[in-house]
Design a protein around this ligand. Sequence first.
Ligand code: COA
Length: 253
Amino acid sequence: MSEDHILIENPEAHPGVRVIRMNRPDKKNALTRAMYDRMADALIDADKDSNVRVVVMFGVPGCFSSGNDLNDFMAIAMEPSQAKGVNRFILELGKFAKPLLSGVDGLAIGIGTTMNLHCDLTFATPRSQFRTPFTDLALVPEAASSLLGPASMGHQRAFAMFAAGIGFTAEEARDAGLIWKVVSEDELEAVTLKAADDLAAKPPNALAISRKLLKKPVDDINARMHDELHHFANQLKSPEAMQAFQAFMNRKK
Ligand code: COA
């Protein structure tokens, strides 16, 4: 991986705020194993570093993330130990203890959608699209979306998104409770960072306790993630999944 695919920033104008930026625009911010690894390390480091009060996730203009790199899915299907980085990031997301914000512009596919279920405030632009084509790829929901999705949006909307693979507009995602606010492209970074600044200025212990009280217990999230990962790993090896990945690779031929 080029180091530049995940940028870790401590913006001087925003003390206490750390930014994790996905930056692989030529592949629509598809996430490779190395990128997951770096993001997992970034979360661990941010949790430990007392100078970091709030973490913000951004993508690039027009693209938050197109989800897992489908070439990597094929590699993991051949060699399951290769899933370590992906799994580590997902598990770290589930137990991350500081306020986590995201600013979404454009494509938010697969984990590009589900990671927002772990965020405390997500801002998204009107052109954003939230979509999890898990079953179309012969896969199953991940990142505890099968637990957190229905809890935040009710069964039918969660089924539409995570089982039927129906895409949500930014407004639909806001109305469903997946995200907090829709803001213009011009404002996205400033508004998200302002929200991060406001949180970074609050008494950190009171904020940490409040956040913990509001969230599902980490053990429940962790247990569901392992359950999903078990099914996910089995499906990844299935002929129907391989066929779906090949179809994507061959779609331009
Ligand atoms: N994995 C690997 N490569 C991906 C990718 C992914 N998830 N998403 C996009 N890319 C690559 C494309 O292969 C293409 O590479 P190329 O220029 O070398 O051919 C490049 O990014 C641009 O994508 P392209 O498909 O040409 O752009 P588009 O605007 O027509 O479509 C998407 C963008 C994201 C809608 C489409 O690429 C897509 O459906 N990607 C797969 C999304 C997915 O299923 N993710 C997994 C969810 S679990």
